[in-house]
Design a protein around this ligand. Structure first.
Ligand SMILES: *Cc1c(COP(=O)(O)O)cnc(C)c1O
Length: 378
């Protein structure tokens, strides 16, 4: 028998109360019964997004809300600064191109974080940039970006700051209003602990002004249509109501723990992973800016990285992620986001040790687990 443990950076494990909520008989969405749930979920989202503004809900994976941010804020021919230091940052550039928006690309070396200074320079050198497209946690490299510092810079310009927080929200700090982030995009299947299928976007006053002028084509992902329905506690189309019910349950769990406590829990889990890696003699891919939501660890010399991930999953039931694109076989990633606690991390490190040992990697068995335990004890 194999028992499964999910430590991938999305989808992430779903709490039993959320699963049970979604297992109830289906209801119709144009009913007071559903409206109550939707309203509660919308309030809960504001808490997690740390905003007083609207948080729009879309039925799609996270990328749908990224696409919505581009096509609702911009017009063909506009310039947008796209920060790309990994697979998800690249998506901003691709989305700009798809809508005829001219991307001004800030290429960041994979494993490094974009600096506010570089963004400031690009903004002053390229007049007329309407949006700065960034990533809170670059899931492909495990990099955390200092959005607060970037917001300080972007705030002073006409540009709107858009943050892909799909993997970071609920796991790491993202103070939408306080920092002055104009659009925060998130997805359901990462820090928010529900299955894939919902996407979210918070929209600031500055972003709404851009939305008024935007000429990119849009229909399903229209911010204005979404807001118009939201005012009546409705949705423009049939919502993935089962997932909204799950969302509402998940938000209750987050509220009960408290966002601060949840973020502290993620910090501790990520530190345990980093300390365990060090104790095993494994290097971090993004050592200088490692995210608390997912940790990318370098595959040691002489070890087949893809086989490592596959063996952990298929023979032990412990799901972690390999490297994407140019990092294939070179890193493996252990998530610490959402419905996870110290013992999920201990399981992952323990399994990693067993498989590394079987593959002939030399280290002191138990060293990683012990390092993680010390973090949780301390
Ligand atoms: C997972 C992820 C996405 C893509 O989300 P989908 O739900 O697969 O569309 C985008 N950005 C980041 C940072 C992610 O982690």
């Amino acid at each position: 028998m194999i028992k499964s443990y999910l430590l991938t950076p999305g989808p992430t494990p779903v709490p039993p109360d959320v699963l049970l909520g979604m297992a109830r008989p289906i209801i119709h969405h144009r009913t007071p019964q559903f409206q109550r749930i939707l309203q509660e979920a919308e309030e809960g989202l504001k808490y997690v997004f740390q905003t007083r503004g609207e948080v729009l809900i879309f039925t799609s994976s996270g990328t749908g809300a990224m696409e919505a941010a581009v096509c609702n804020l911009l017009s063909p021919g506009d310039k947008a600064l796209a920060v790309q230091g990994g697979k998800f940052g690249e998506r901003w550039t691709e989305l700009c191109k798809a809508y005829g928006v001219e991307p001004v690309v800030l290429d960041v070396e994979w494993g490094k974080a974009a600096s506010a200074k570089d963004i400031e320079q690009l903004l002053s050198r390229n007049k007329g940039i309407k949006a700065v497209l960034t990533t809170l946690c670059e899931t492909s490299t495990g990099v955390a970006t200092d959005i607060k510092a970037i917001a300080e810079v972007v705030k002073k310009t006409q540009a709107a700051l858009v943050v892909d927080a799909i993997s970071g929200l609920g796991a790491v700090e993202c103070k939408t209003d306080e920092w002055g982030v104009d659009v925060v995009v998130a997805g359901s299947q990462k820090g928010l602990m529900i299955p894939p299928g919902l996407a979210f976007a918070s929209v600031s006053e500055k972003a709404w002004k851009l939305a008024e002028q935007s000429k990119c084509p849009k229909y399903y992902f229209d911010f204005k249509a979404s807001r118009k329905a939201m005012i009546k506690t409705d949705t423009p189309f049939t919502p993935a109501l089962t997932l909204v019910i799950g969302l509402n349950e998940a938000l209750k769990i987050i509220k009960q723990e408290g966002l601060e406590a949840a973020i502290a829990r993620h910090k501790k889990m990520a530190k345990a992973i980093r300390d365990a890696a060090a104790a095993l003699g494994l290097g971090l891919f993004s050592a200088a800016a490692s995210s608390d939501a997912v940790t990318a660890i370098k595959v040691p010399e002489g070890i087949d990285g893809e086989k490592l991930v596959k063996t952990m999953r298929d023979e032990y039931g412990v799901g972690i992620a390999g490297g994407q694109s140019e990092l294939k076989g070179k890193v493996f990633r252990i998530a610490s986001m959402g419905y996870m606690n110290q013992f999920d991390i201990i399981v992952a490190i323990s399994c990693l040790e067993i498989v590394l040992s079987r593959m002939g990697y030399k280290f002191e068995l138990g060293a990683g687990v012990s390092a993680a335990q010390k973090v949780f004890l301390g």
